[in-house]
Design a protein around this ligand. Structure first.
Ligand code: 6R9
Length: 572
């Protein structure tokens, strides 16, 4: 299938020559930016914070923070000391050592970053958890990772089934009037008293750094492990793609519970010594435009869903704010509609640059550079040092304009190291001839631009967040009225997709709107708000294969009025 490309828009500034760099670039060059390239002994937190605290940037603002009740800023020097203190607290009261899993389950706040970087300084592996997770989601992740330490807030503690997590030894509570006993420790009280110097644990480049759980189409969420070596690519892409320069004020809107919020909300900007804006609280068009005005944001990284919501709020609200500091806007997470790019040109007078990558890839792979012509609707071209192709199901490279599996030649620096406790799953990502298979389908045009076509599997992208249908179905089945459940992504103009559930009821239950709402709330409270189906439809029976698998493609065909295709594997 060929999608008509809209005419390219000529860039108005040039970072460097893409084609030339692509031909000659070697990651070894980037590695030389780091003193550890010779020794191999490294620590991400040192490179992101301490290195700048010991340089001309020591009094530069590293972190601007605002939510509904707090407004704070921290220099690199202050962040160095606070992350040292946090490291000392985690070590003294939680006995945290190299390789231990330290999970952080709390809203976006400065303390999140103190704890995360403090843990990294000790050589621990950080597991960030999105604050909207409910008990089941929290339990799955802490259980699979055998987390030893959790940092959380009093408000969220009730969602942590502590009694069912034998590996969990210490819980640090970030709040006021914390009641301490051996297992529960007051994080802030000890942070204040802790020494501000710390012996950093120098680790190997391939030692664990961060564990992000992400959804697939089957089974429980999988723990994608990234290692310190990833910094090579975080750093280089923060320069090439985010185009971060010394004077920039950078704002990434993603939560650190997702990979964008760590790779480009924490590591990328700080590795390059950039002032980083972090905002807590809820989304509203006014609050977002105000953030740009208030901090003088110059580089802004967000997602299609957010842009579409801003677009939907109308252009009048934009006129209330001074957004003239903006110079570079980027997007990630789902296809960026040409319409949104045109809107961005009109209201911000900038092109929005799409970027493509995944939790598993750790950093940008296919992008639109500042120096590159943009074909609206295309994800751009692979970054130098990365080889991308469209391959068939046997791993053979296909010619331009043929749709197939979007694949990447193994060996980029930020590639995941393993899937936690599941080497077989990790291996299943690769063809024997070395191609990593993304799970996305796409085609490449004759100019080498890549065009996203869809997911090969059933993974749902809703409001930029990846939701596995299997997890939602599993939760639905725990509801007493639900006999069978099948979940699909239904196209939605704002959210990309919404979650739609088809449900067959147990005998003795009557279909009603109240029951629908009850089921919805059940998923929302028991699993996660963003994963609760926005639509529920009752059916007497769901389409299944003879082996009992829900046939989601048939549900999708019903929903979209498409031909149902081959039904040979369907049960009677
Ligand atoms: C970083 C992140 C990965 C999946 C990916 C694809 C979709 C990401 C996209 C995009 C179209 C883009 N995706 N960027 N689709 N255009 N520019 O989003 O990671 O949460 O793991 O999701 O998101 O389907 O495979 P993650």
């Amino acid at each position: 299938m060929k999608v008509e490309a809209l005419p390219a828009i000529k860039g108005n500034y040039n970072l460097q020559d893409y084609e030339e760099t692509y031909k000659t670039f070697d990651w070894k060059e980037t590695e030389k930016s780091f003193s550890w390239s010779e020794t191999g002994k490294v620590n991400m937190a040192y490179e992101a914070i301490d290195r700048h605290a010991e340089s001309f940037r020591k009094n530069k603002i590293a972190l601007y923070y605002r939510n509904d009740s707090r407004k704070e800023k921290y220099t690199f020097k202050e962040l160095k000391e606070l992350t040292n203190k946090a490291g000392n607290v985690l070590k003294s009261y939680g006995d945290v050592e190299k390789g231990d899993r330290v999970f952080i389950f709390m809203p976006r706040s400065p303390e999140f970053y103190f704890a995360a970087l403090g843990a990294i300084k000790l050589g621990a592996i950080v597991g960030p958890l999105f604050e909207a997770f409910m008990e089941g989601a929290v339990k799955d992740r802490l259980e699979d990772s055998e987390a030893k330490v959790l940092v959380t807030t009093p408000d969220l503690l009730y969602r942590v089934p502590v009694d069912q997590l034998p590996a969990l030894k210490t819980i640090f509570i970030v709040g006021t009037d914390v009641e301490e006993d051996g297992k529960y420790v007051d994080f802030l009280k000890h942070l204040e008293d802790a020494p501000s110097s710390l012996d950093i644990e120098w680790v190997d480049r391939n030692d664990g750094l961060i564990l992000h759980y992400t959804s697939g189409s089957t089974g429980k969420p999988k723990g994608v492990l990234h290692v310190h070596n990833a910094m090579i690519q975080h750093y280089q892409t923060a320069k090439w793609v985010l185009d971060l320069q010394e004077e920039d004020i950078y704002w990434c809107t993603a939560d650190p519970g997702w990979v964008t919020g760590t790779s480009y909300g924490m590591f990328g900007p700080w590795l390059t010594g950039t002032s980083n804006v972090i905002i807590g609280g809820r989304f509203s068009p006014d609050a977002w435009y105000k953030t740009i005005e208030e901090f003088g944001v110059t580089v802004w990284y967000s997602a299609p869903t957010s842009f579409r919501m801003l677009m939907g709020a109308g252009d009048e609200v934009i006129k209330k704010y001074n957004l003239s500091t903006l110079r570079h806007i980027l997007s990630v997470g789902e296809p960026l509609n040409p319409e949104v790019i045109r809107w961005g040109r009109k209201v911000f007078n900038h092109r929005i640059h799409d970027t493509w990558w995944m939790t598993e890839t750790g950093a940008h792979l296919i992008c639109n550079y500042p120096s590159m012509e943009i074909k609206p609707g295309s994800m751009g071209k692979p970054i130098p040092g990365v080889e991308a192709a469209i391959v068939d199901d046997q791993g053979n490279v296909l010619p331009p304009n043929r749709m197939g599996n979007l694949a990447i030649k193994r060996g980029w620096p930020s590639m995941m190291h393993t899937i936690w406790n599941n080497q077989a799953k990790y291996d299943s990502y690769f063809f024997p001839n070395g191609w990593y298979v993304s799970g996305d389908s796409a085609y490449m045009d004759e100019d080498g631009y890549f065009w996203f076509q869809g997911r090969v599997d059933d993974v749902i992208m809703t409001a930029g967040e990846r939701v596995g249908p299997f997890e939602v179905e599993s939760k639905l089945l725990e509801h007493p009225a639900v006999a069978e459940a099948g979940v699909i992504g239904k196209p939605d103009p704002v959210r990309g997709e919404i979650i739609k559930a088809f449900v067959a009821l147990m005998d003795g239950y009557e279909e009603s709107d109240e029951l629908k709402e009850d089921i919805r709330q059940f998923v929302k409270k028991g699993f996660a708000a963003h994963a609760a189906p926005r639509e529920i439809e009752f059916r007497d029976k769901l389409p299944k294969t003879r082996s009992g698998k829900i046939m989601r493609r048939v549900l999708k065909a019903w929903e979209l009025d498409l031909p149902v295709g081959d039904l040979s594997t369907m049960e009677d």
